[in-house]
Ligand binder design. Structure first.
Ligand code: ADP
Ligand code: MG
Length: 397
């Protein structure tokens, strides 16, 4: 899809996205910068991406007429959130290039299939996931209770629809496990052994239709209450050997399924001396990821630029990070003062600090736990970025 082109019928080269959240918004911005028109399919009238797109098709994700309109408007289509019905991508793929494919999105949507994929490429990737067992039936639950004491304490996670720590219960005993499974609705789950994490990191990979692969260096992530809070993106954010292993593993995980698009692979770093060799693969997201937002301000090509390039069949530049960066997520909590009253954060003070880049997603209402925006701090060296990050955190707390 040639950027900025207009066909004989006068139609502009248009890229489409299923989903209207903040990832879709930043995708739209990247596509528009290259001269593309954009179309967003999203039921919400006030969505972050719908508000900034040339076209907003306001239907459900699986609405046949909405999908037909999206295919009609666009030369290529992507997705921005992983719980989009894989069937919708399948339908679109009948007439348009869709990246990532319904098949890989389907794998990433189901922890059971996702772990099977990680196991299938373990020999090449050199990483395994945490020890786990599938709990889909009462018989499986009983078998795990009887024979998998090694998985306790553990985390019971729903196979589908989990995000930001939702759909997870921590369990210490077999009784707690049974109660947790009931609490989660007795749906398909995995019980994962609780690992002693020393850190978490993630790697963004972009792979084109022709198999060309580029990647970003691993970023180190700090989660609070299961939600990403801070991303550290600079040299020395983790031991170099571990970073190399994570990056290579993520690339092989993308290659092994013939992935096309931007993929984020999340890893746990565990205490040394375990059987895992220090690195464990956790999950993958078939799209740009919150932990890659710093690439907008700290790299010469962002994860959203690469998403556009992959789907449109443009060459993939190997991105270069030109500044150390720290990204702070801005949850709705920041909009409330200590007595619980709504109060606009002190952006004036924040933006007077050097190297602060504020991104707000245009969400109408701030709610605790809701991702309202993020703030990236860049600077000439790690120490000055850290200093500013502490001051920003102080202003926003
Ligand atoms: P989500 O889909 O909600 O991101 P994750 O599986 O990534 O779910 O879990 C969210 C967070 O919970 C992780 O980032 C990590 O901090 C913690 N966590 C998840 N699984 C484990 C585990 N097996 N051992 C220790 N901590 C874990
Ligand atoms: Mg996660």
């Amino acid at each position: 899809v040639y950027p900025g082109s207009i066909d004989a019928a006068g139609q502009r080269a248009t890229l489409g996205v299923l989903g209207g959240g903040q990832l879709g918004r930043m995708f739209v911005h990247a596509a528009q910068r290259l001269g593309y028109f954009t179309a967003v399919l999203e039921p919400d009238a006030q969505s972050p991406a719908g508000l900034v797109s040339h076209h907003h098709i306001q239907t459900n994700y699986d609405d046949p007429a909405g999908l037909a309109q999206l295919a009609h408007l666009c030369q290529a289509i992507t997705t921005e959130f992983e719980n989009v019905p894989a069937q919708a991508l399948q339908t679109l793929a009948q007439t348009r290039p869709v990246a990532p494919s319904a098949a890989v999105v389907g794998i990433a949507q189901n922890r059971i299939e996702e772990k099977a994929h990680f196991a299938a490429c373990a020999a090449v990737s050199g990483v395994t996931c945490a020890p786990y067992a599938v709990v889909e039936t009462t018989a499986q639950l009983q078998a795990v209770q009887a024979g998998r004491a090694d998985l306790l304490p553990g985390i019971l996670k729903t196979a589908r629809m989990g995000y930001d720590g939702k759909g997870q219960v921590r369990v210490k005993t077999t009784d707690e496990l049974a109660a947790a499974w009931a609490e989660l609705g007795s749906v398909a789950c995995v019980l994962e052994k609780m690992l002693p994490l020393t850190a978490e990191c993630s790697v963004l990979v972009a792979r084109g239709w022709d198999g060309q692969v580029v990647s970003f260096a691993p970023q180190r992530n700090v989660h609070v209450n299961g939600i990403l809070a801070v991303t550290h993106a600079y040299e020395g954010n983790m031991p170099a050997a571990l970073a190399d292993r994570a990056r290579d593993a993520a690339v092989s995980i993308a290659q092994h399924i013939g992935y096309v698009g931007v993929l984020c692979v999340e890893f746990f770093v565990v205490e040394d001396g375990t059987e895992h060799g220090g690195l464990v693969v956790n999950e993958m997201a078939p799209r740009p990821h919150n932990s890659g937002h710093y690439t907008l301000d700290a790299c010469d090509a962002s994860q959203f630029d690469l998403q556009v390039h992959t789907m449109a069949g443009l060459p993939l530049p190997q991105p270069r990070q030109h500044s150390p960066a720290i990204m702070l997520n801005l949850l709705g909590d920041v909009w409330f003062d200590t007595s619980g009253h709504l109060q606009e954060p002190d952006w004036h003070s924040v933006l007077s600090l050097p190297g602060t880049h504020l991104h707000l997603y245009g969400k109408v209402e701030a709610r605790p736990g809701r991702k309202m925006g993020h703030l990236t701090i860049t600077g000439p060296d790690v120490a000055s970025v850290q200093t500013v990050a502490y001051r920003v955190a102080g202003l926003l707390s």
